[in-house]
Design a protein around this ligand. Structure first.
Ligand SMILES: [Zn+2]
Length: 543
């Protein structure tokens, strides 16, 4: 399914919190990145409809083999499309019906040629057969043939940074999602596979292998498609009519039952702000893995050690993070922002990470109130670098900096303060989500939404926070004799004129500085005159 997008000139790599741990990876773009990121002619000429990924995983030989059935609709007349498969894996054959198609490989891209021009509007289904040993890359592995602490196979995928084509053939980009998908995973008898979607059933293949079938009823990002193979035990619960399914290693079952109970409070909080869990027909699953965690759609993976905080630490350092399991809250928050509302290009990934980090604070607000939420969010300031813009170049599969998380969330909180009306803010959040759910969008779509809904021109504000490295500086110049303070914004965006609360917390006064000096009468001396920096993420310079 190809979703709308606006402007789109250009273009950007990474991972769920995922990204936090992989952000150190080299940022130099390879040819494979460029081919995957540009969304060129042979990507843009078709619209994905459906995948059936059907694979056999051999833990002994460490191989994967099988096929992906790819159904798409041509958007333009053409005789070639681009798909992607990592060069470490072999293309065995690509079939259109019984006809074997020619193809050409160029680093990670596979250009598939058709014997005749496919007319726009035509729906085509091809079977892409492949095999090999996927590369294990990055901290979360891409595709990992591992063992659990008892020595049993533990095989899992987490490939947002590397791209799904590290282990299966697909149109590996963010803009175009399939509408639905089937996933079939054949594994040795006795092991369990948990993938995305609803469990359909399993079939003993009679050769020592069992096939596990899963059906995804919604659009899904390629990198969210996952398999988790292990000696899992299962337990389940319900939240109203939503199925909750949990999977943990046998020896961790008791700890999991205790810790995973937090999923309900998470779902209640996010459903309160954004409405129903987005993937109801697929259910919500939480699956133990050995890495910290990832937002695999409807099959969130969890490796936070059954402890609160992030890996047992007070994540934002202000005494609030230890009240909940950061990975359950953050990775599941991505079901709304990341999986349902998605970015169309990796460059705009703050739509996943900034928003989900902000959702953490909504979880805190729902359970413990606004003051604690603000405190939690402001704890993130210590992690912000302000050294490069949150949105990097588009169309090259470029990886945004970690500021997309922390500064992204602090920016959204600043936007709330500009709206300055919580009832309205809740409606805006819900409206934004409803407007863009199940779509792949760009930052411009969000800016347009807020501009239209608020009747304000918020573009300079979005641009200052997302497209420049530096924070806006509020310059204040005091004249005690006159009882005046002069104020102006020093910012990269010329039209930046964000209103802000100043004075004292008991009686904040809203001023609207611009790039020009304005003055305000105040009885407050320089050291008494305050700026609401917990509500607005800015630098204050008292001259
Ligand atoms: Zn994340």
């Amino acid at each position: 399914m190809l979703r709308k997008y606006c402007v789109l000139l250009t273009l950007s790599v990474m991972v769920g919190l995922c990204a936090l741990d992989q952000r150190q990876l080299a940022t130099a773009q390879t040819k494979a990145d460029l081919l995957r990121g540009e969304y060129g002619r042979y990507s843009a000429n078709s619209d994905l409809l459906y995948y059936h990924l059907d694979v056999r995983v051999d833990p002994e030989k460490k191989t994967i083999s099988g096929k992906n059935t790819i159904r798409f609709k041509m958007l333009k007349d053409d005789d070639r499309i681009q798909l992607d498969l990592h060069s470490a894996l072999a293309v065995d054959k690509i079939l259109l019906g019984q006809t074997e198609l020619k193809y050409e490989r160029d680093s990670g891209a596979v250009f598939v040629d058709f014997p005749e021009t496919l007319k726009a509007g035509r729906e085509v289904s091809i079977d892409f057969y492949y095999s090999g040993t996927p590369q294990q890359k990055g901290r979360f592995g891409g595709f990992t043939f591992g063992k659990d602490p008892k020595g049993r196979p533990w095989i899992y995928t987490s490939c947002e940074g590397q791209g799904a084509s590290i282990w299966w053939p697909n149109k590996d980009q963010w803009r175009d999602k399939v509408d639905s998908m089937d996933i079939s995973v054949s594994i040795p008898n006795g092991l369990v596979d948990i993938s995305n979607g609803k469990f359909v059933g399993k079939k003993d293949l009679g050769d020592g292998y069992t096939r596990w079938d899963w059906h995804v009823s919604y659009p899904i990002n390629n990198y969210c498609v996952s398999l988790n193979i292990g000696a899992y035990e299962h337990f389940s619960d319900k939240l109203d009519d939503l199925d909750l399914d949990f999977y943990a290693l046998p020896e961790d079952l008791d700890k999991a039952k205790k810790q995973f109970a937090q999923a309900k409070g998470m779902l209640k909080a996010f459903q309160h702000y954004f409405g129903d869990y987005p993937f109801k027909k697929d259910g919500y699953k939480l699956i133990q893995v050995p890495y910290s965690g990832m937002e695999h759609q409807s099959a969130v993976t969890y490796g936070n050690g059954f402890k609160n905080g992030y890996l047992g630490r007070d994540w934002t350092g202000v005494g609030i993070s230890m009240r909940f399991d950061f990975i359950i809250i953050h990775e599941s928050g991505h079901e709304w922002f990341g999986n349902s509302v998605s970015a169309a290009d990796r460059s705009d990934m703050w739509i996943h990470e900034g928003w989900t980090t902000y959702l953490e604070s909504l979880y805190v607000e729902y359970h413990w109130g606004k003051a604690d939420a603000l405190k939690y969010l402001n704890g993130y300031k210590s992690k912000v670098k302000n050294s490069q813009p949150i949105i990097p170049k588009r169309g090259i599969n470029a990886n945004p900096p970690a500021d997309q998380y922390f500064k992204g969330a602090l920016f959204i909180n600043t936007l709330r303060s500009v709206v300055n009306d919580d009832e309205r803010w809740w409606k805006l959040l819900r409206g934004l989500y409803d407007r863009f759910k199940y779509q792949a969008i760009m930052t411009e779509d969000i800016v347009d939404f807020f501009n239209k809904q608020t009747g304000k021109d918020l573009t300079p504000m979005f641009d200052q926070y997302l497209r420049h490295a530096a924070l806006p500086v509020l310059e204040l110049k005091f004249d005690d004799d006159k009882g005046e303070v002069a104020y102006r914004w020093k910012a990269d965006e010329k039209g930046f004129a964000m209103p802000i609360k100043v004075g004292t917390p008991e009686s904040w006064q809203i001023i609207t500085p611009t790039a020009e000096w304005q003055t305000l009468k105040t009885p407050l001396a320089k050291d008494q005159f305050r700026v609401a920096t917990d509500l607005y993420y800015v630098v204050v310079s008292k001259l």
